[in-house]
Design a protein around this ligand. Structure first.
Ligand code: TYM
Length: 349
């Protein structure tokens, strides 16, 4: 799915596809994305973004970042943050990120990100930040903790992307506003100091917004309406069985409306027969409970290999830490080069 000029499926033409085990050529087109260390990835993360991370690593110089500096705007327990960072890294690797084909690292391991964020902050009007939808939401969600990091959050996000001159950013629809601000910030920088950064485009999946189990709001850890795809099968079953379906379908014999039923919509991603399933709902041949049970079985089966790998990685945290450290090291020369270019352009010695 696309908005405006945003590509959904990125053309591979003209791009050197990476051979297995080969590092991308540094000059190639680059894709970057960031994800908060919110613990284990949920279905919204996977369908909305991670599937594209995995797809794009085959064709692009792909860089993925676990954004622990961003998380500090809401998570203040050091042990929780540490554990969640590793859980997210293990999730991403289990879901298909291949350290031979992409670079995975933790934001705070490349401190240049905050340095560049400061420099970009000086071209960013405060009014742009104050009108960011995520900032307004956060002010409501945590009224006693409206820290300065929440306001400057999009500047750091712009720095993440600009640091590597990335031109494509796989994200869910909820990040579209942040991507727009990122473009405005680099445009302002380029205008003042000369062409330096590309204006990065969002890349969406076929499921740019995955609704939570409540069927109304975006699936999100902070709301507590997630399906934890790498969790115990019993947990997944419980979460799927709690999903809100078509609220107008009261009796088992009432015809359903699959177009507004989140369960029916999610079936699209777990089987070729989703049109048949939708038809069953529409004609009341099947009930909501049957459809949910089937979805739970399919999600559990689909993610079983990833769950096995996740558990293996969790049992071997040293391996995860090694991959993250290698990722940060790999990026050191790129970050140094970028900081030198920017400082030179801005008149810093
Ligand atoms: P975050 O951690 O909230 O989400 C990570 C990715 O998952 C997508 N996503 C969803 N997509 C569809 N439906 C959902 N219910 C759903 N929930 C999450 C998000 O869109 C995102 O792509 N600000 C970012 C992190 C960030 C970043 C960046 C992203 C920091 N720097 C630079 C891109 C580029 C965030 O909080 O994502």
């Amino acid at each position: 799915m696309t908005t405006g000029s945003v590509p959904a499926v990125v053309p591979a033409a003209g791009l050197a596809a990476k051979a297995a085990g080969e590092r991308p050529a540094p000059a190639g087109p680059r894709t970057f994305s960031g994800i908060q260390p919110s613990g284990v990835a949920h279905l919204g993360n996977d369908l909305g973004a991670i599937r594209n991370y995995v797809r794009l690593q085959a064709e692009y110089d792909a860089i993925y970042c676990i954004v622990d500096y961003h998380a500090l705007t809401s998570t203040h327990d050091p042990d929780v943050l540490r554990a969640r960072t590793r859980d997210m890294a293990a999730s991403l690797l289990a879901l298909g990120l291949d350290p031979e084909r992409c670079t995975l690292f933790v934001q705070s391991h490349r401190p240049e990100h905050t340095e560049l964020a400061w420099l970009l902050a000086t071209v960013t009007p405060v009014s742009w930040l104050e009108r960011t939808p995520a900032y307004k939401d956060k002010r409501e969600q945590q009224p006693d903790d409206v820290n300065h990091g929440l306001l400057t959050y999009p500047v750091l996000q712009a720095a993440d992307i600009a640091m590597y001159k990335a031109s494509l950013v796989p994200v869910g629809r909820d990040q579209a506003a942040h991507l727009e601000i990122s473009r405005e910030i680099v445009r302002a920088f380029n205008h003042r100091y000369g062409e330096t950064f590309p204006e990065a485009q969002a890349v969406f999946t076929e499921a740019p917004t995955v609704l939570g189990t409540d069927g109304v709001r975006k699936m999100s850890k902070s709301i507590g309406n997630t399906i934890d795809i790498l969790g115990e099968p019993d947990l997944i079953r419980k979460q799927v069985m709690s999903m809100v379906t078509d609220t107008q379908r009261i009796l088992r014999t009432d015809p359903g409306r699959p177009e507004v039923c989140n369960v029916c919509q999610l079936h699209r991603f777990f089987g070729e027969d989703y049109l048949e399933i939708q038809d069953g709902e529409r004609t009341a041949r099947t009930g909501c409970v049957d459809t949910k049970r089937l979805l739970a079985d399919r999600i559990i089966r689909y993610y079983a290999p990833a769950r096995a790998q996740y558990l293996e990685l969790q049992a071997n945290p040293g391996r995860v830490d090694e991959i993250l450290a290698a990722g940060a090291d790999h990026l050191a020369p790129l970050a140094a080069e970028m900081m030198a270019e920017v400082k030179q352009k801005m008149g810093l010695r």
